[in-house]
Each structure stands twice: as structure tokens, then as C-alpha cells.
Design a protein around this ligand. Structure first.
Ligand SMILES: C[S@@+](CC[C@H](N)C(=O)[O-])C[C@H]1O[C@@H](n2cnc3c(N)ncnc32)[C@H](O)[C@@H]1O
Length: 348
């Protein structure tokens, strides 16, 4: 896509530039309105029927008129459908805010609006001026430290990661041939959704979920629910120190985008050290496109700037450099239907 294509996105409505930018600015209203509906669980209560706003307000513990205004606002961007007499029903878009549904994005909606995320983004100018994490500036500790002592926020983050993993997991299984793998280690694998999808599609493989202690309990639960706990070992550890040995394929999905180059190299080096000769390392991350070619990760990169300590999205050249620093070479890059690609390295 050319520069003209990138610009086309903003002018496609035919609006004058100031109106187009005004509409982008009000994205904040849309984002918070979606968050509020997700946090209150409105789409779950609407379910398969058309419900009056008074019924819904009682169920979600809200002020009826304000809930009406929230849902009416959301209909104007295509989320929910308003019927006669202040009734609402779900459509394909509001359905994505239902919990525990395939394709649910509710967890991510909650993460976008959770208080601390909102306050950190409010401080983005600090990050741009200093290169430092706005989150840490606002919270006084890193995001991982923050959630390690707060169960509500930890639950929001883990639900968000699971909802995003759901979107990506099938895309990864479709894009990569895991059939030769014996033991697949997912380093920082969250609650194990990706590992579950891979093991389900590859019944002869075993899995190891390697995670920080806060994620372990939730992981056991999800692995049990998806029926692969018997084939999976759950190991608590710190991938910046060392990575559990024994795998022939190591996955780092959405891990190094949380970290600066130095710590990313430590993750890659530790995984590489655990690999046998011929073993494979799979970084599953977005690969940034050339200048002016739009890519979701160019905005996700700002989330990393604000929320993490030196985390960033990277170009293919960046991944080549990180692999080289860990003594590996990229052997293949497999695009997926999701935003991530699978960047494969083989241990010599
Ligand atoms: C952005 S999430 C990605 C989770 C999962 N891989 C996915 O793609 O959905 C980053 C994960 O890295 C884990 N993590 C962070 N630091 C870690 C460390 N030092 N060792 C192991 N895991 C770590 C976090 O607990 C979190 O689950």
C-alpha cells in the first residue's frame, strides 16, 4: 500500500480534514462506551432476546436513563440494535462483548478501559518526552509488579490476553506445521489458550506452559477445561533468568514486544539455550510494515510505549538483529490471518 493508500483511509468518508480528525479524536468516547458495556456485561444480559432498558438496568445495576444513553450511543457506531420502546437486541458486533463466547473480545474491552490503563494513556506525553513508561510514572511500579498484587486487575489482564489469544490461536495453528514437534514449550503462554489449540490439532505432541507464578492457577484451569492438562506440564519460572529445558519447539508469543532489546535478547537466548540442535524457536509477533503502509501494530506500538518498560513493535530487520545477538538466524517467516507472523529460527 502506498502513502496515498494510507491517506485514503482518513479521507475515504469525503469529510474535510478537520472533520475527519475530529472523528478520530472522538474514538476515546467510543472506546470508553464499549468498555462500559463490557464491564457491566450488558450483551450477556441482552442474550438472544430484545430487552427493555429498565430490565437491563436492574440486572446490571445501572441508572436506566444513563444506560439508555450508553446503548443508544453504541448503536450509532453499529454496536447493539435499538427497537421500539427503548428495547435493545444484540447484533454480530455486540455479540463480541459476551463473555465465554467464541470470538469474544470482552476481555480486551475491559482492559482498554480499566482505570490504570486509562490513566497511563492520559500521561502519554510523558512517554513521548522521556521514552519512559507512562504506566510506571502514574502507578509508581511496572505493570507486571502492579498486577502481581491486585487480583482484579490480574483477572482483567488475563481475560484480555485470553480473548486476544483466541483470535490469534487458530490463525497460528492454520499457518504453521507443528506435526513434527514432540514437546512444545510456550514461554509466557498466559493461561495456555494457544498451547491448547496447538495440542488439540496435534494429538501426539506434549506441551509445557512456562509462566510467572501469578498465571499458573488460571492456566491449570484452562488446560483442564480444554482437555489437554494430561499432556501438559505447567512450570512456574522467570524466562529472563532461564527457560525450562526439554522442548524441541519453543514459542514466545507476544512476549518480547513487552521488553526492550536487551531483555528481549535474554528471553531469546534463554529459549535458545534450552533448545536441542535442530530445535525451533518461534517468535509470534507483528512485523511492522514499511513507512506509510498502515498496520495495526503501528498503534499497538504506542500501547507498548505507554504501558511497558521499553517494549515495542519491530520490523523484520529488528528481529534479525535480536536473533543474531542470541546466536540464531531466522529460517522462515510465516504470515498468519491475524496481525502476528511466526518468525522461525532453527538452532544450528
Ligand atoms: C502479553 S502477555 C502474552 C501471553 C500469551 N503468550 C499470549 O500471547 O496470549 C505476556 C505474558 O508474559 C508473561 N511473562 C512476563 N514476564 C515473564 C517472565 N519473566 N517469565 C515468564 N513469563 C513472563 C506474563 O505473565 C504474560 O502472561
Amino acid at each position: 500500500m502506498s502513502e496515498a493508500n494510507a491517506e485514503a483511509k482518513i479521507i475515504e468518508s469525503g469529510s474535510p480534514p478537520a472533520v475527519a480528525v475530529f472523528q478520530l479524536l472522538t474514538g476515546k468516547w467510543v472506546s470508553q462506551a464499549i468498555y462500559a458495556a463490557a464491564e457491566l456485561g450488558v450483551a450477556d444480559y441482552v442474550g438472544e432476546r430484545e430487552r427493555t432498558v429498565d430490565e437491563l438496568a436492574r440486572e446490571v445495576n445501572a441508572d436506566p436513563d444513563s444506560l439508555y444513553r450508553l446503548l443508544r450511543g453504541l448503536t450509532s457506531v453499529g454496536i447493539f440494535v435499538e427497537g421500539e420502546g427503548r428495547r435493545f437486541r444484540n447484533n454480530a458486533y455486540s455479540e463480541t462483548l459476551r463473555r465465554n463466547e467464541p470470538g469474544s473480545i470482552r476481555g480486551f474491552a475491559r482492559l482498554m478501559g480499566v482505570d490504570i490503563s486509562w490513566r497511563a494513556w492520559g500521561d502519554i506525553v510523558h512517554s513521548v518526552r522521556t521514552g519512559q513508561s507512562a504506566f510506571e510514572h502514574v502507578a509508581g511500579e511496572t505493570a507486571f509488579e502492579y498486577i502481581s498484587t491486585r487480583s482484579f486487575e490480574a483477572e482483567v489482564v488475563n481475560e484480555a490476553m485470553t480473548s486476544l489469544s483466541e483470535l490469534a490461536a487458530q490463525a497460528v495453528v492454520d499457518a504453521y506445521d507443528f506435526s513434527g514437534a514432540r514437546t512444545i514449550v510456550d514461554v509466557g503462554g498466559g493461561h495456555g489458550l494457544l498451547l491448547s489449540a496447538i495440542l488439540k490439532a496435534n494429538p501426539d505432541a506434549k506441551g509445557v506452559l512456562f509462566e510467572l507464578p501469578h498465571a499458573i492457577e488460571g492456566a491449570r484451569q484452562l488446560l483442564a477445561d480444554t482437555g489437554i492438562l494430561q499432556r501438559t506440564e505447567v512450570v512456574a519460572g522467570d524466562g529472563l533468568e532461564s527457560v525450562v529445558p526439554g522442548g524441541d519447539v519453543y514459542i514466545l508469543k507476544h512476549i518480547i514486544h513487552d521488553w526492550d532489546d536487551e531483555r528481549s535478547i535474554r528471553f531469546i537466548r534463554n529459549a535458545a539455550a534450552a533448545l536441542p540442535s535442530g530445535g525451533k524457536l518461534l517468535l509470534i509477533e507483528a512485523v511492522l510494515t514499511p513507512p506509510n503502509v498502515p498496520h495495526f501494530a503501528k498503534l499497538l506500538d504506542l500501547e507498548m510505549l505507554v504501558m511497558s518498560q521499553g517494549g515495542r513493535e519491530r520490523t523484520l530487520e529488528d528481529y534479525e538483529r535480536l536473533y543474531a545477538a542470541a546466536g540464531l538466524k531466522i529460517s522462515n517467516v510465516y504470515p498468519t490471518k491475524a496481525v502476528q507472523s511466526i518468525i522461525e529460527g532453527v538452532k544450528p
